[in-house]
Write a protein that binds this ligand. Structure first.
Ligand code: DOR
Ligand code: ZN
Length: 442
């Protein structure tokens, strides 16, 4: 009797944990049932993947979908549509919404809201405040929670825990890995006055200089070491932090953003102005080179987008009143595939950084790798496709991308979520089927 599956992905090159192999994948009940399905296997649905690479459904562990907030800028439905269109099948959503996700009540609301509104699977961050430290241990164990997020330096919204005593209390409450926005708030405050209203956007990177990031990370790593609490340093942006982090590999993981691997200052401010302003800032070539070296040395765990949409009207305000942040969930994979085409990293490394890495760092269950038993999430990519990124194609209502007009080689042509095709050739298929992701708290 021939093997029978619900879905068969045939003829593609699959990015398995042990390497790239031309094997067929069989899916049953929304899970991977066979890697290397036998010849002659049949299925209700067959996807012919000749000339395509089959990746595990990829994860963007750093998005701000602004929901609750301003749906004319971004929302859970549109943000998760953008994710699928960009070949991302799971996102982890940040808590600095309006109002922020900082207590059991809002978390419960968000949980029930996302199941029905989200098009891809989703994990939820909970924000730490000086007022909710006593609740964090319970909150981090909640269903669908990927991590507690601490803004140790202020950015968009008013979540902030800047002093060592409070940071230590946060670290001693609970056990899971904490995700940090790491910039030293005291240095940010001190330097803010040095740069005037109406200054060019390049002032932004001078204000939030390398030292802000390095001091922030050094303080957080010392506290992580002291308390034994695992840390994940988000959007590491300096050569100094990247040189410092390896001594803390036992306790700290790290993320680098696609923007920091793609854009260079000050040129980015000349071409994009406020559309390049983000926290931490895009920096000069020395840091760009250090980020690539760290990625290729295996010293970075995740690459994320930090998808952080703002309206063009807000971005038009003169610095420093223009908000920091750039949309990117839909362009993360196309831009990273273009880096693969340019020889800056291997496709296996990309899969590690957008699949197994985030799964390991956050304790995500059943995703991030092509192994039997995992969710049948797949991202199919055409490495040879030549495409142009266009603002008009973005799902985010804010309607812009810093990569508008960029020509790329490599494109996601299909996204499969728990066994069902959810995106095919730039079109969404079906309805919002996203569910809360599952985590193994540790
Ligand atoms: O540029 C940024 N934008 N950095 C952050 O830390 C927050 C984000 C946002 O929410 O706008
Ligand atoms: Zn962010």
């Amino acid at each position: 009797m021939a093997e029978q599956y619900d879905l068969l992905i045939r003829g593609g090159v699959c990015l398995l944990p042990e390497g790239a192999r031309a094997v067929d994948i069989g899916v049953r009940d929304g899970r991977i049932a066979a890697i290397g399905a036998p010849a002659g296997a049949t299925a209700a649905e067959v996807i012919e993947a000749a000339h395509l690479h089959v990746l595990p459904g990829l994860i963007d562990a750093h998005v701000h979908l602004r929901d609750p907030g301003d749906a004319t800028v971004e929302s859970i439905p549109t943000g998760t549509q953008g994710a699928l269109l960009g070949g991302i099948t799971t996102v982890f959503d940040m808590p600095n919404t309006s109002p922020p996700i900082i207590d059991a009540e809002r978390l419960a609301w968000k949980r029930q809201y996302v199941e029905g509104a989200a098009w891809c699977d989703i994990g939820l961050y909970v924000g730490a405040t000086k007022g909710n430290i006593g609740e964090l241990a319970a909150l981090e164990r909640g269903a669908g929670v990927c991590a507690i997020k601490v803004f140790a330096g202020s950015s968009t919204g008013d979540l902030l825990i800047e002093d060592d005593a409070s940071l230590e209390r946060v670290m001693r409450a609970g056990a899971r890995r904490i995700a940090y926005h790491s910039e030293d708030e005291y240095r940010l405050r001190e330097r803010r006055a040095l740069f005037g209203v109406g200054d060019p956007h390049v002032s932004h990177m001078r204000w939030r200089d390398e030292e802000c990031a390095f001091l922030g990370t050094r303080r957080l790593l010392a506290l992580a070491r002291k308390t034994g609490r695992p840390a994940h340093i988000l959007h590491v942006s300096t050569a100094e932090e990247l040189a410092y982090l390896p001594d803390f590999r036992d306790i700290a993981t790290s993320e680098v953003l696609v923007n920091h691997l793609t854009q260079i200052a000050p040129e980015c401010y000349e071409s994009l102005g406020a559309l390049a302003v983000m926290n931490p800032p895009i920096r000069d070539r020395r840091h760009f080179d250090a980020a690539w070296a760290a990625v290729n040395a295996g010293l970075v765990d995740c690459v994320g987008s930090d998808h952080a949409p703002h309206s063009l009207a807000a971005k038009a305000r003169p610095w420093p009143d223009c908000p920091a942040g750039l949309p990117g969930v839909q362009t993360l994979l196309p831009v990273m595939l273009d880096h693969v085409a340019a020889g800056r990293l291997s496709l296996s490394r990309l899969v590690e950084l957008l699949g197994a890495g985030p799964a390991r760092v956050y304790g995500l269950r059943g995703k991030g790798a092509l192994v039997v038993g995992n969710d049948a999430d797949f991202t199919l990519v055409d490495l040879a496709a030549r495409r142009r990124i266009e603002a008009a194609a973005m799902a985010a209502p804010c309607g812009w991308t810093p990569f508008d007009g960029k020509q790329v080689t490599g494109w996601p042509v299909m996204a499969i979520l728990r066994g069902a095709v959810a995106m095919r050739e730039d079109r969404l298929i079906g309805a919002p089927r996203g569910r809360l992701a599952a985590f193994t708290p540790r």
